[in-house]
Design a binder for this molecule. Sequence first.
Ligand code: 5AD
Ligand code: SF4
Length: 484
Amino acid sequence: MTVSDFRLHDTTPAPAIANPARPLRRLHVITWGCQMNVYDSGKMADVLAPLGYRPADGPADADMVILNTCHIRERATEKVFSELGRLRVIKEQRAAEGRSTILAVAGCVAQAEGAEITARAPYVDIVLGPQTYHRLPEMVARAHRAAGPVIETDFPVEQKFDFLPDAPAAQEQAVTAFLTVQEGCDKFCSFCVVPYTRGAEASRPAAAVLEEARRLAARGAREITLLGQNVNAYHGVGPDGRDWGLARLIRALADLPGVLRIRYMTSHPRDMDDDLIAAHADVPALMPFLHLPVQSGSDRILDAMNRRHTADDYRRLIDRLRAARPDLALSSDFIAGHPGETSADFAATMQLIRDIGFAQAYSFKYSSRPGTPAARAPGMVPEAEKDSRLAELQALIRAQQDDFNNRSVGLEMPVLVTGAGRRPGQIAGRTPYLQAVHMDGDASLAGQIVPVKIRQSLTNSLSATLGLSATLIVPAFKQERASA
Ligand code: 5AD
Ligand code: SF4
């Protein structure tokens, strides 16, 4: 998993319960981009559930299709138009059969390129930015009435989270869940569009986050990943009226019955405060795996990137985190070929990777984003050079990842069972270090943490056997948590 966290998700929402008074309609959501988009897609499905929308089998079967887009790297807009071309054909086929289709474009490309989308793809009915999902039902009603497209890409004064409904009570909840606690970013890294597409940093009130976590846990979520573009900049108002940082929020979440594991992503090194480092030492539910992007190991490039820390600042921070939690495993993001990057700068990045040792990392070729300072910076690195640096960096990360996984073989680890595996009789789960594991076992173990012996490291997963103590430990463990 060294290539991209911007995996392509084709997420159809989990079954929603329709309001019996409403006619049944079908919804298909296509999700590109980060985990925050995955979370947003789920919320859009929740918002539309009271209108009678339930998951479709695919776009051809859908009365409404939402394309939730990502703008982080090049060719994002072209990719959207090519997908829209495909969806247009489906919409026309359905129209010929007398069935109408609402086509909506959401996410960061919609935010940044709303006008271009409606000009080039007039068959799109709704264009909505990430801050306006709560207004979707109203937009759908307007789309039914309107002759032209409905566009909502403002940053509204109201907080969308105050208006987003909870998922329908009967909706099946996965063992692992995302929970967005913070959005936007004020860091303005030279290369990044996020501060422009997602706007300024904003944190949800802690009580709202805790309430959502309580509901997720009540429906079966056992591992919660707190999401934010810059999640460790979280500063929400606490139930006591005071300012709560992320560490305070994590401590309160860890006290909720049923919440067995907590993670958070994505963080900025400058927002890693003392309390958060301490939480890694004293909150057992906080998993010993941290995604902490550094982007480069060269001080010159870190400065050009406006990261506002040095490579040694990052090394010292990791030392402190490892002192707090000695078994901490790390992940990061790297950019190869930022404007001005020389081969000596790149060598410094490779040295940083060797110094730290990562369990995994995401790495990207620098891609110029219009409107960002780096797009206007001198010293663009030739494409072929970027390619070869990226390949070299990914080979090193891959070797570190393989080494990390190989060192897991023979260990007994607590694994959270997430559900059935690919083969009959197999179950799947996650280690504390976010490694995917599969083993023989009963799917009724889903949602439980079981001791597992790691037997083999495969390309993207580990194979394991259930520990002998599994049946003895699990009921006691469950009981202890339930009475917590
Ligand atoms: N080019 C390449 N990679 C980028 N990222 C963000 N913007 C760009 C860009 N213009 C990467 C960074 C960030 C991750 C989410 O995407 O590494 O941490
Ligand atoms: Fe983009 Fe992250 Fe930098 Fe914010 S901190 S500008 S989201 S790379």
